[in-house]
Design a binder for this molecule. Structure first.
Ligand code: KIV
Length: 258
């Protein structure tokens, strides 16, 4: 598997994209370093309003199809809300990820408060990616998606979270929705690579949700999302064209007929 620490040492930014199905896994795998089967699939794939109702079975299913098609990227399965409330449950569920899919690692949201869980997983041979800062699984608890690192108290806690997650054995850490200077400071303090989302460009890598960066998810667009494709418009134009051709009996023409 890719040595992420080397990329940090060489200062070569790590690329990560979320991926939920085999079709896109095949397209992304040769291009990016890491594929995250994020619980964001509950929103952009399943149409729910947040990530909280994603289940272990859903994550296993999507991780299985993604990891089956992946040859070179590091595949990470997000542990969904409620699947790691204590270290024993976490190990039981993370073991399922290893036994039922070809994923290389799991991702756990939480810093200091989740350190014992991360330690329990890593000491039981499960590779873990941490996730600190804005944690979407806290959306209902915190009443929305709140950018972190604006106050001294928050900055101190973020630094502590990052260090504790590293000490617990995580091999990389996602930093989401954190003020850029703070994310940079954490990156400098850590030996493991940081992968940022909405946290500026000085982390060791970047992750985006695939349907956001391809312009397919239309419910809302956070400031940090750059749309590299106007996917929704392109898809709708193609579908309009198909409908027009079927209605006018232009499709299927001779070329598509036996
Ligand atoms: O679920 C997800 O897609 C994530 C990313 C936002 C990092 O956790």
């Amino acid at each position: 598997m890719l040595d992420l620490t080397k990329l940090k040492d060489y200062k070569e930014p790590i690329t990560m994209l979320t991926t939920y199905d085999a079709l896109f896994a095949k397209l992304f795998d040769p291009l990016v370093d890491m594929l995250l089967v994020g619980d964001s699939l509950n929103m952009s794939f399943a149409g729910e309003k947040d990530t909280l109702s994603a289940t272990m079975d859903m994550m296993i299913y999507h991780t299985r199809v993604v990891s089956r098609e992946t040859k070179s990227s590091c595949v990470v399965c997000d542990m969904p809300f409620g699947s790691y409330t204590d270290k024993h449950l976490a190990l039981k569920n993370a073991s399922r990820v290893y036994q039922e899919t070809d994923a290389h690692a799991v991702k756990i949201e939480g810093g200091e408060s989740r350190a014992d869980i991360i330690k329990h997983l890593t000491s039981n041979s499960i590779a873990v990616v941490g996730h600190i800062g804005l944690m979407p699984q806290n959306a209902r608890l915190e009443g929305g998606y709140k950018i972190k690192g604006r106050t001294k108290k928050e900055i101190d806690q973020l630094l502590k979270d990052a260090k504790v997650v590293q000490e617990a054995g995580a091999f990389a850490i996602v930093i989401e929705g954190v003020i850029a200077e703070v994310a940079q400071m954490i990156t400098k303090e850590l030996e493991i690579p940081t992968i940022g989302i909405g946290s500026g460009n000085q982390t060791d890598g970047q992750v985006l949700v695939w349907s956001d960066m391809l312009g397919l998810y239309q419910e809302f667009k956070p400031k940090f999302v750059k749309q590299y494709l106007n996917g929704a418009e392109l898809v709708q134009n193609a579908v309009k064209e198909y409908v027009k051709e079927v209605k006018s009996r232009k499709f299927p023409s001779e070329e598509y007929t036996y």
